[in-house]
Design a protein around this ligand. Structure first.
Ligand SMILES: *[C@@H]1O[C@H](CO)[C@@H](O)[C@H](O)[C@H]1NC(C)=O
Ligand SMILES: *[C@@H]1O[C@H](CO)[C@@H](O)[C@H](O)[C@H]1NC(C)=O
Ligand SMILES: *[C@@H]1O[C@H](CO)[C@@H](O)[C@H](O)[C@H]1NC(C)=O
Length: 468
């Protein structure tokens, strides 16, 4: 009786918690902000597309970090003077960076085509640079008069156009936003008061109004903060913004953010973890994280990127798989040209990933990390599992020539079954035979012998049913 009564109370309690959760009030403290559960859509999505597009796309040059062109020009020690030499030779030393905005023209920009490509790639969300460190806004920000894509350059609200097309394609839309700007005089004035600064004028007059503006105008599903590292979150007033975002904004139930909200925040505060670029810890870390990653070596368009800098489809699928196995999402970047072309090699990579996802996405979407993330010391075999079906997905980047794939982690039961996704004829891949290794140490799958055209591409996904 007691037990029953108690469980009724517990059920009632959790019901009311469930109701109040939607209207929860968050305080401007990290403890309160960090207590917010991550909206479920984000973890289920696994794969997003990052877009770095701005005035830096016009000179599109960089020995490293082309989106840092302006900064590298002014700080030649950053890249051995490469950007300065290129600029002096190509445009002349008197050519001001701001003049590049005139050639940011978006002539062939077709956001529906972009969104269609991202959808074909299998991505579920998109994150666009609304403003990078140069301060140029891709929407008509009143705080950035004359330095935005409506006032100069394309004369278009690029944030609105990408947002509309991405949503029409059924994907979620997110916005990257740089907290700092390299050359904002108000920010410089704040910094001149000391470290930490004794005033946050730039935050009150520029940064926060811009953040409120993009949330209210575009209602994004992601705010991807960056450029935070020079100051602590107290200067940026990050907890005040996030308390409003999570409590009062129209996107309070949907929005996710990362952890770049102040020098002390990464791996600690805000939302999911993105402590540094291309973060991929190789193991499950018990907190949601994201691997922001590039197809080549750059974020913004870089025309002098060597061909060898571009990674193969297998390399990128490896990042996706190892990331998802360890509880992360992959945010894969493209850098469009100033006229709006997504470079063809990037299009090809996205379509290759999409072809793999068409066949194998059950191993990716809606999965969670399994008890072992990888199988071999070479990390060529990764696992995920679906929490509803309890199927385990074994994703192998190797196909041993002896025809035997030996797994040390999953334990077979009498009802274990093994399938291979995406091979033809499919009859060859239904219910593969296996032999149990010595007790308690996994089993070995007998690989099907297929005609050369019959093998799946890039990575092989084995569905393991009823394993422990
Ligand atoms: C570029 O031109 C400026 C102005 O003439 C000069 O100060 C600078 O040294 C030049 N940089 C390089 C790398 O040649
Ligand atoms: C946010 O909502 C809370 C709870 O409804 C309210 O008390 C508070 O005044 C609101 N804050 C702002 C900044 O709108
Ligand atoms: C997974 O890879 C790591 C890093 O190489 C290795 O230390 C670990 O032993 C692997 N896990 C298993 C289960 O083999």
């Amino acid at each position: 009786m007691m037990r029953l009564a108690l469980s009724i109370i517990v059920a009632t309690l959790s019901l009311s918690i469930g109701i109040y959760a939607a209207d929860k009030t968050y305080e401007p403290t990290w403890a309160s902000i960090n207590s917010r559960p991550l909206p479920t859509w984000y973890d289920q999505s696994k794969f997003g597309i990052f877009i770095h597009w701005g005035v830096y796309s016009v000179p599109h040059y960089g020995s490293a970090l082309p989106e840092w062109y302006w900064y590298n020009y002014n700080n030649p020690s950053e890249d051995g003077g490469a950007t300065q030499r290129f600029h002096n030779t190509s445009f002349g030393p008197n050519f001001q960076y701001q003049k590049f905005a005139e050639n940011f023209n978006a002539y062939i920009f077709d956001p529906d085509q972009w969104a269609d490509l991202f959808k074909k790639a299998g991505a579920k969300y998109v994150v666009l640079t609304s403003k990078h460190h140069e301060g140029f806004c891709l929407w008509q920000s009143p705080q950035s008069w004359g330095w935005n894509s409506v006032d100069v350059g394309p004369n278009k609200d690029l944030v609105a156009m990408v947002t509309n097309s991405v949503r029409k394609a059924g994907l979620k839309m997110g916005l990257y936003h740089s907290l700092y700007e390299w050359y904002n005089p108000i920010y410089d004035a704040d910094k001149a008061t000391g470290q930490p600064p004794t005033q946050s004028k730039y935050v009150d007059e520029i940064m926060l109004p811009q953040l409120y503006d993009i949330i209210q105008k575009y209602e994004p599903s992601v705010i991807w903060a960056d450029g935070d590292w020079e100051q602590y979150s107290a200067y940026w007033k990050s907890t005040e913004f996030l308390a409003w975002l999570y409590t009062n904004s129209t996107v309070k139930d949907e929005i996710v953010t990362n952890d770049r909200w102040g020098a002390e925040c990464p791996m600690k505060d805000g939302g999911y973890f993105t402590p540094y670029d291309r973060y991929n810890p190789g193991k499950s870390i018990g907190h949601k994280w994201e691997n922001c990653y590039t197809i080549g070596q750059n974020w913004g368009y870089n025309e002098n990127e060597p061909f060898s800098g571009f990674q193969s489809a297998t390399d990128i699928i490896y990042q996706l798989v190892s990331t998802v196995s360890c509880g992360g999402n992959l945010l894969l970047d493209v850098g469009p040209t100033p006229d709006g072309l997504i470079p063809w090699i990037m299009q090809e990579r996205l379509l290759q990933i999409g072809a793999w996802m068409d066949v194998n996405n059950a191993a990716i979407y809606d999965t969670i990390p399994w008890r072992a993330q990888n199988d071999t010391a070479e990390e060529q075999i990764w696992y995920t599992t679906n929490p509803n079906t309890l199927d385990v997905y074994c994703i192998s980047f190797v196909w041993p020539t002896n025809g035997i794939l030996s797994l040390t982690q999953p334990l077979a039961s009498s009802s274990t079954q093994v399938f291979l996704l995406g091979c033809t004829p499919s009859t060859a891949c239904n219910t593969l035979s296996y032999t149990v290794n010595k007790a308690g140490s996994g089993f070995s799958i007998k690989l099907p012998s297929l005609p050369p055209t019959g093998y799946p591409n890039y990575a092989y996904v084995f569905v393991l049913k009823n394993v422990k």
